[in-house]
Design a protein around this ligand. Structure first.
Ligand code: ZN
Length: 155
């Protein structure tokens, strides 16, 4: 499933990317209907903008009711019937949504701090924004968060 969050749903976009769900982010609040990027890719537009509810001929969208990202996430996962099997944690760049690829350690020598290079074994890399990811201190915390989401969703 491919999604597009509007500018009011930035944190939700990061949550969804953390789960590995293809989620682009638009910095405009109001959906520009001329954007055929969305139509072409058949993304579902996630929005908190009530104006979209009154519009006709809008591409597929899901209106997010909650104001709080922690509640928006289960709302969207349940509302769009996104299955646990679709989760691919750590597969997407949290900054830009691009799929990450595993990169050889030697190839990122100049892209990460010395300490990280010396202590970490595996790295993944975003070709779109040049971000490098490794299993650092956040990793465990995020892994636990993903487990919690899985538990909530399997109830
Ligand atoms: Zn990126």
């Amino acid at each position: 499933m491919k999604l597009l969050c509007d500018s009011m749903l930035g944190k939700l976009a990061v949550y969804l990317r953390t789960l590995g769900i293809d989620t682009e982010y638009s910095d405009s609040r109001y959906f520009d209907l001329k954007t055929d990027r969305v139509r072409g890719e058949e993304r579902i537009f996630l929005t908190r903008d009530t104006r979209v509810l009154k519009m006709k001929n809008v591409p597929p969208y899901f209106f997010v009711k909650s104001n709080y990202p922690d509640m928006q996430l289960p709302e969207v996962l349940e509302g769009l019937k996104i299955e646990l099997q679709e989760f691919r944690p750590f597969s997407r760049c949290l900054r830009c949504n691009c799929e990450l690829r595993i990169i050889e350690k030697e190839d990122i020598r100049d892209k990460v701090p010395d300490y990280v290079y010396k202590t970490q074994k595996s790295f993944s890399f975003c070709e779109r924004c040049n971000s490098v990811y490794w299993q650092g201190t956040h990793y465990e915390r995020i892994r636990r968060w993903v487990d919690t989401v899985r538990q909530i969703m399997s109830r």
